[in-house]
Design a protein around this ligand. Structure first.
Ligand SMILES: Cc1ncc(COP(=O)(O)O)c(C=O)c1O
Length: 393
């Protein structure tokens, strides 16, 4: 009986080593490298979050966040429901409408906030957008309007290079979704009136809760302006025209998960152990650099971010540039599937609305050794998929 020839894509040699942790998802992101469930044993489970023990944990989560991120003492930090989305929505619904807005988007999450403000809140807004890979000219924005933008576009891998374009003496508020930037990139607090992020992103925490950070100017707006629309209890930050200060001390609007709070506290402890914000930034930078070097060494793959100054060090988005690829979306999907099937890179397909390609999370909870061990597999998956494509042709 004649032996069947192996297909050429099966002959592409696999690398010898594998990443220890193949989790490169852009959210929920890899947990801290030291994570074990037993680390959560101090969670006050089955106790009221309003008991002294619960309140102390929530308060610690707020103040540890302030300390590690260098948030000014006069900024309020609240733990709010519904993850980053909850925090952004609360801010937009509570603050916008006092003056015109400028909605800025260069990828899909920013685009979601545009839809909310224009179609749901029906606010008079100028919409400024850029394609995936590009960024909006932030110096051309009118900062006497309220400006809503995303610091790091998670689905395009394009981030703000700095806050320089934002004037200190602006008339409007800046509302910044920083969920894939916080704990990996510098955030200029004096330029940000509202900043939001979730625990599930850069520190590999659990979903469910969002962080809402307010400048004194944002608080002033909350206390001097009442939106024309009704606000559900879950969004309400004021009572009788005054800020509900308790929210910013750990008296959450409704019941939080104390297990998720404990997990966040453990992640913050770990963040401190690797050098705090500087240590986390260096880890993300090293991870992203390993991928950028790989792109420089291979002419078939490139960063989606057009300008190197705007390349994200967390959600690194890549596109295949080999002219022999006939079906871009199918090719990228097949590569991601191969990597997943080998158990060497999980969840690395581009976001569903983004251009075809890959997205590899490089935040601080990912080990550089794992990125470096994964990249030869990416080369293998590319070659095998290309061979398969030519067999099918
Ligand atoms: C920029 C950005 N905004 C908002 C979200 C939504 O976050 P969550 O699901 O934590 O509400 C994400 C999630 O990936 C994001 O990347």
């Amino acid at each position: 009986m004649a032996m069947q020839e192996p297909a050429s894509h099966d002959l592409v040699r696999k690398p010898d080593t594998r990443p220890t942790n193949p989790r490169f998802s852009s959210g929920p992101c890899a947990k801290i490298p030291t994570f074990e469930l037993t680390q959560l044993s101090d969670a006050p489970l089955g106790r009221s979050h309003r008991a002294a023990v619960g309140k102390a944990k929530l308060h610690a989560a707020i103040e540890e966040t302030r300390d590690i991120l260098g948030i000014p003492a006069d900024y309020r930090i609240g733990i709010v429901p519904a993850s980053d989305t909850g925090a952004v929505e609360m801010a937009m619904w509570s603050l916008l409408g006092e003056r015109p807005a400028t909605m800025v988007a260069w990828e899909s999450f920013g685009a979601g906030w545009v839809t909310d403000v224009v179609k749901q809140l029906k606010i008079d807004a100028e919409v400024k957008t850029a394609d995936y890979g590009e960024i909006v000219d932030m110096a051309a924005v009118d900062y006497d309007t309220d400006v809503v933008f995303t610091w790091n576009g998670t689905t395009s891998g394009v981030r703000m290079p700095s806050g320089e374009a934002i004037p200190a003496d602006r008339g409007g508020l800046t509302i910044c979704d920083a969920t894939s930037a916080a704990f990996a990139q510098d955030l200029p607090w004096d330029k940000l009136d509202v900043t939001t992020f979730s625990w599930q992103k850069v520190l590999g925490g659990e979903a469910a809760h969002g962080m809402l950070i307010l400048s004194p100017r944002a608080v002033e707006r909350l206390e001097s302006y009442t939106p024309a629309w009704p606000l559900p209890k879950i969004f309400r930050l004021t009572k009788g025209g005054k800020l509900i200060e308790g929210i910013f001390k750990g008296e959450t609007i409704n019941t939080p998960s104390m297990l998720a709070v404990e997990d966040y506290l453990v992640a913050l402890d770990w963040a401190r152990s690797v050098g705090g914000l500087d240590g986390l930034k260096a880890r993300a930078d090293a991870n992203a650099q390993a991928i950028w070097d790989f792109c420089d060494a291979n002419d078939w793959i490139a960063n989606l971010a057009a300008d190197p100054a705007t390349r994200s060090n967390t959600s690194v988005c890549l596109k295949f540039t080999d002219a022999r690829i006939t079906d871009g979306a199918g090719f990228a999907k097949a590569v991601a599937k191969r990597l997943e099937a080998e158990g060497v890179a999980l969840d690395v397909g581009a976001y569903r609305d983004a251009p075809a390609g890959l997205r590899i999370w490089c935040g601080g909870t990912v080990e550089t050794a794992d990125i470096k061990a994964m990249l030869p597999w990416l080369a293998w998956a590319y070659e095998a998929t290309l061979a398969e494509q030519s067999e099918a042709a």
